[in-house]
Design a protein around this ligand. Structure first.
Ligand SMILES: Cc1cc2nc3c(=O)[nH]c(=O)nc-3n(C[C@H](O)[C@H](O)[C@H](O)COP(=O)(O)OP(=O)(O)OC[C@H]3O[C@@H](n4cnc5c(N)ncnc54)[C@H](O)[C@@H]3O)c2cc1C
Length: 437
């Protein structure tokens, strides 16, 4: 009788999961193993690019990776569908019915067997149950959210441009309120100015960045709490020079159709409301019977196995790992997802070899925040530079862009990764600077 293949199922093909299946597929192929990626989308776009997709300065169609062609190249199998539940006793993941755009069922609910399961389903924006946020704010959680924001932004730019064509003295603005002064909010605010500045080249002749009115609202006493204060101040000064109104120490208590209400009775009117104030685990993880923390993330041991089930690993934003002796969990970042994917890959290989698993050691290489073409700020960490070093400007920009380059190489290998980078450079010369549809 044919021996049953070892089945490793990875759920979520994002920054961590896609890299992991690529490595597992390349290592094992399909002879004695089935490496399976379960992902609800058909294409992957690296999440840290979403603010550029939202502003229109990046065309996601050019940068996305199709899972079907990727799995064919790297020897894993791709199942398009969303994880609904896990039957841990039977060792099955259950996929929700797959429906077409009209809601008709294409594939019914079905199980997939696993010997080892890796959950890499990322995170979603945390609205902290603030009234009205789910209804009236937009989120940059995925490509669909970024596309929705861009389309609405372009509609409003058109409205303002039209108003000014009719009356050059019109006081017409596109008002955008962004809640959350972390990296996502700050990067989006700067990117919007970059995009608005380019719109005049593409038919909206009377529109420019002075027609944007952006308010960035942060509940804490300063923006970018993950960065040293000096750099956060530099970023704030840069944003204000662009025209962003940066409000710190202001807590949003409610969202309404075109306004945010703040503690103390304030009201911020806006055409577009974006909520980017923290993350939590996607719904459903708490129902798996595994240990979760208060934001729903799966608590993992040093080996990145979940605490209650050693056949189930969790990586990236959906897991919570606090290093021994550490006070805080590893932050939800692409670099953490990347390092966790590498650790789980090694541990899955060791499991097949009957060897002891190795602990995950997080190496914080620092964090960088891009203020679009205007500036980049951040801090690098490492033994080579003797601890933490603040960086700004061109060097910071170079390191920031190299993160995406490393991701491309991690999911495509060196040859294709470098080729794609070259194509990206050519595209920047020959394609429009903005995605306008
Ligand atoms: C605008 C923005 C800018 C950012 N900038 C940076 C930055 O500069 N540097 C940095 O380090 N980090 C940055 N981050 C954070 C970074 O993107 C995340 O930490 C990283 O993507 C986490 O990787 P992951 O693999 O855990 O999850 P993700 O990359 O989010 O991937 C999760 C995948 O799981 C899939 N999925 C979810 N639920 C299901 C389900 N039920 N069934 C099937 N599939 C499912 C999703 O479709 C997705 O493909 C940024 C995030 C945003 C939103």
């Amino acid at each position: 009788m044919a021996q049953r293949k070892t089945q490793i199922v990875v759920v979520g093909g994002g920054a961590g999961g896609l890299e992991l299946v690529r490595r597992l597929g390349a290592k094992y192929g399909r002879r004695h193993h089935d490496i399976i990626l379960v992902e609800r989308n058909r294409t992957h776009i690296w999440k840290p690019l979403l603010h550029e997709v939202a502003a229109g300065s990046l065309d996601a169609n050019l940068d996305e990776v199709g899972y079907r062609s990727h799995c064919y190249r790297w020897g894993y199998r791709f199942f398009n569908g969303a994880l609904e539940s896990v039957d841990r006793a039977a060792r099955h993941v259950i996929l929700a019915p797959l429906r077409d755009e009209d809601g008709s069922e294409l594939i019914g609910r079905h199980p997939i067997r696993y010997d080892y399961l890796v959950l890499a389903v990322g995170s979603v924006t945390n609205d902290f149950a603030t009234p009205g946020v789910a209804e009236y704010c937009m989120f940059l959680d995925d490509r669909a959210g970024a596309d929705r924001f861009r389309n609405r932004l372009l509609d409003h730019c058109l409205r303002v441009s039209r108003a000014m064509s009719v009356d050059a003295a019109a006081d017409a603005h596109v008002r955008v309120a962004i809640v959350g002064g972390g990296a996502t909010g700050v990067e989006l605010a700067a990117e919007l100015y970059n995009a608005a500045a380019a719109l005049s080249h593409y038919g909206l002749e009377v529109f420019d960045e002075s027609r944007l009115a952006i308010t960035l609202v942060e509940a804490g006493q300063r923006i970018l709490p993950a960065l040293p204060e000096r750099l956060a101040d530099a970023a704030k000064a840069e944003l204000e020079a662009l025209g962003v109104s940066v409000l710190t120490g202001v807590q949003v208590t409610e969202a309404q159709p075109h306004a945010l209400l703040t503690a103390g009775g304030g009201r911020i009117e806006a055409d577009l409301l974006v909520w980017a104030a923290g993350v939590k685990a996607p719904g459903g993880l708490a129902e798996l019977g595994l240990e979760t923390n208060r934001t729903g993330q799966l608590v993992v041991r040093e080996t990145l196995q979940t605490t209650r089930d050693e056949r189930i690993f969790a990586i990236g934003d959906c897991c919570s790992f606090t290093p021994p002796g550490g006070e805080r969990p590893v932050p939800p970042r692409a670099q953490a997802a990347h390092q966790m994917a590498a650790c789980v890959f090694r541990n899955l290989v060791r499991l097949q070899q009957g060897r002891a698993l190795r602990p995950f050691v997080y190496r914080d290489h620092g964090s960088l925040v891009s203020l679009s073409r205007y500036s980049t700020v951040g801090s690098l960490m490492g033994s080579l530079i003797g601890g933490r070093m603040a960086i700004e400007g061109r060097l910071a920009r170079l390191v920031y862009t190299s993160l995406y380059r490393m991701h491309l190489i991690a999911i495509h290998g060196w040859v294709k990764g470098v080729a794609l980078l070259a194509v990206g450079r050519v595209n920047r010369i020959i394609r429009p600077r903005l995605k306008l549809h």
